[in-house]
Design a protein around this ligand. Structure first.
Ligand code: NAI
Length: 266
């Protein structure tokens, strides 16, 4: 008899980076509603605390963790804090991210390095810190990287973002192979455009770079290829992440999952 999928995460402990805002916040709240204790890891401690307060007010368990995902000591200390508070770590969602847009010939090396540090180094550092605990037992461990349609497709002006999001596919695939012996699974979740502060900031920037109106950026650049003209929502991504976390076997380890309202199909 196959194991039945259940989205009850009672007794599980999750760390979600970048969970003071946007997609990460919705994932953290969704996990907490499903019964998990959640570490709200973010570079913005006040906003992280606000997420914790919301989760606790709804009866969930959460702790705020001040963490810059590019700082190895802060990452290790943050994961240690979560484990001390809740007794372990079963789930990591490496989600923290920013966006900087510019054509390649005008991209400063400092901005390139900043983007790669947050999106790729941050994924490596948080994974390494979580594996230290996940590999200590035979319990199932789940690592989810927040990729993007830009893990599979390019857009102009986003060289480091597209490069880092593609690289996450490689990291997830290596982890799938190495982690299997320890019951650790990996996934990449790849959203289309989601209307979070990260995207709202981009709308006027893209309008300026491309010489078009903000309405045209939304209608044509961001949503032009979708089947319904709709943004992907934080809830779309939180539900997909919950499903992958709850999935009972190794069947899909190492895979990426695109959720983009039909913008990109692969
Ligand atoms: P957001 O701006 O709403 O949230 C990002 C969070 O990451 C913020 O709370 C911010 O304080 C935190 N953060 C930034 N740098 C950090 C650092 N060095 N250490 C720790 N925390 C840090 O952005 P959103 O849209 O929720 O993005 C989350 C992830 O989803 C990112 O990896 C992004 O690339 C990805 N994504 C977003 C899409 C979108 O359309 N919004 C589409 C595809 C992927």
């Amino acid at each position: 008899m196959a194991t039945q999928l259940t989205t009850d995460l009672t007794g599980k402990v999750a760390l979600v980076t970048g969970s003071a805002s946007g997609i990460g916040r919705d994932i953290a709240e969704t996990y907490a509603k499903a019964g998990a204790a959640v570490g709200i890891a973010d570079i913005n401690p006040d906003a992280a605390q606000a997420t914790v307060d919301t989760i606790k007010a709804a009866g969930g368990k959460a702790v705020a963790i001040a963490m810059d995902v590019t700082n190895e000591d802060a990452v290790n200390a943050g994961v240690d804090k979560l484990v001390q508070e809740f007794g372990g770590i079963d789930i990591l969602v490496s989600n923290a991210g920013i966006q900087i847009i510019n054509p390649i010939d005008q991209f400063s090396y400092a901005d390139w390095k900043k983007m790669i540090a947050i999106h790729l180094d941050g994924a490596f550092l948080t994974t390494k810190a979580a594996l230290k605990y996940m590999y200590q037992n035979d319990k199932v461990g789940t690592v989810i990287y927040m990729g993007s349609v830009h893990s599979h497709e390019a857009s102009a002006l986003k060289a480091p973002y597209v490069s880092a999001k593609h690289a996450l596919l490689g990291l997830a695939r290596v982890l799938a192979k190495e982690g299997a012996a320890h019951n650790v699974r990996s996934y990449v979740v790849c959203p289309g455009f989601v209307k979070t502060p990260l995207v709202e900031k981009q709308i006027p920037e893209q309008a300026k770079e491309k010489g078009i109106s903000e309405e045209e950026v939304v209608k044509n650049v961001m949503l032009g290829q979708t089947v319904d003209g709709e943004f992907t929502t934080t809830d779309d991504i939180a539900q997909l992440t919950l499903f992958l976390t709850a999935f009972p076997t190794n069947a899909m380890t190492g895979q990426s999952f695109i959720a983009s309202h039909g913008w990109f199909m692969k």
